[in-house]
Design a protein around this ligand. Structure first.
Ligand code: ADP
Ligand code: MG
Length: 354
């Protein structure tokens, strides 16, 4: 396993004329040895580009890549000793499932007894034990993807395992099973794993550290709790959570924020606050309160374990979460839990002093 340093990496497909032509804006970051990371962001934000630069499928336009301090920028995937699992199956149709899994090991000259042990373990882990002797041709897309996943997991001597939305074609229940397996595997062997997904549930359940990407850049790297409690950018607030964070335009006055005619007490005075100011508060931190700010409730969505209430507050849309058994009061007023308030200047979070 290896520590991976991305040293001022940038990438443009074609010749860049301006900053906007970079599919990947500057990334300068370290993936720790043995860490479980997720790259999370919407389609087109540069996740695959970054992953392929790490694996060596893509040579970055600028910057260097280091594995344990050694410059590997000009080395091939093979030389970097990386396993990569793609979104769609990459397998040999004419071989058996067993031989497909054995292939990466035999390719490296692993002794046949070890090959057999590793392949059997991997068949077990991916739920393919019954299919070992079957030819891959004719298997379902779902089964083929499990084989693909198995090929990524079968070697134990890799520097890192990279996954690019590997569970897209897998059915929901099996998705959950495989994700738990990956997590277990990570705990057991301590592989450095980088897992690309646009699905927050996948990212938050798999990774210790989630790297949130937006428009070619990294906007925040943090634990699932960091991303939930202290989104560094309003995008992270919107993108993580269901529904996402409420973001409201406010005017500041010391420790107070003014939203239309309402005054909201802040947990502290902002340390700096130039630019356009917004207050972020997740629906989990908005509560009905008799002495709160009047709202007009527009919709109540019952989604099982709780309800999502949509309302207008001073003309702004706001969502709040209500426990399943609670109901919307007649004269609805809301207040914000100070612990859940974040402030943003031009979309970036500003610290509040005490
Ligand atoms: P993601 O994996 O997050 O969906 P990608 O890394 O695939 O995003 O793409 C990032 C950006 O680079 C997108 O705007 C995409 O259109 C562009 N892009 C990706 N691959 C190529 C390519 N081979 N040639 C030109 N542009 C590309
Ligand atoms: Mg992609």
């Amino acid at each position: 396993m290896a520590r991976i340093d991305l040293d001022h990496i940038r990438h443009a497909y074609g010749t860049p004329k301006s900053e906007a032509d970079y599919a990947l804006k500057e990334v300068h970051h370290t993936f720790d040895d043995g860490g479980a990371y997720a790259l999370l962001g919407p389609s087109g934000c540069g996740k695959t580009t970054l992953l392929n630069i790490i694996s060596g499928l893509l040579h970055p336009s600028e910057g260097k890549l280091l594995f344990d301090g050694r410059d590997v920028t000009d080395l091939s995937t093979q030389e970097r000793n990386i396993a990569q699992v793609f979104q769609f199956p990459v397998i040999y149709d004419t071989m058996t499932v067993y031989d497909n899994l054995a292939f990466p090991l035999r390719n490296r000259g692993v002794a046949e007894a070890d090959v057999d042990r590793r392949v059997r373990e991997t068949l077990e882990m991916t739920g393919l034990a019954e299919l070992g002797n079957r030819k891959c041709k004719g298997l379902t897309a779902d089964q083929k993807q499990k084989i693909s996943l198995g090929r990524g997991l079968v070697r134990s001597d890799v520097n890192a395992i990279l996954f690019d939305e590997p569970l897209t074609v897998i059915d929901p229940h099996m998705k959950w099973v495989l994700r738990s397996q990956l997590k277990q595997l990570h705990r057991r062997f301590g592989f450095t794993m980088v897992y690309v997904t646009h699905d927050q549930t996948e990212a938050l359940s798999f990774a210790d550290q989630v790297v949130v990407m937006y428009d070619g850049g990294i906007v925040q790297i943090g634990t699932p709790a960091d991303l939930f409690e202290r989104p560094k950018h309003t995008f992270v607030g919107y993108f993580i959570g269901s529904p996402g964070m409420n973001v409201l335009p406010v005017k500041l006055d010391g420790r107070k924020a003014r939203l239309g005619e309402q005054i909201i007490e802040l947990p502290g005075a902002p340390t700096s606050a130039a630019g356009s100011i917004e207050l972020g508060v997740r629906p989990e931190y908005v509560h009905f309160a008799a002495d709160g700010m009047p709202v007009e409730v527009t919709k109540v969505e019952d989604i099982g374990r709780h309800k999502v209430v949509r309302a207008k507050l001073q003309g702004e849309d706001i969502a709040l979460i209500l426990k399943e058994d609670d109901s919307v009061p007649a004269d609805a007023k809301v207040s914000f839990d100070p612990a859940g308030i974040n402030l943003y200047a031009d979309s970036w979070r500003v610290e509040t002093g005490s």
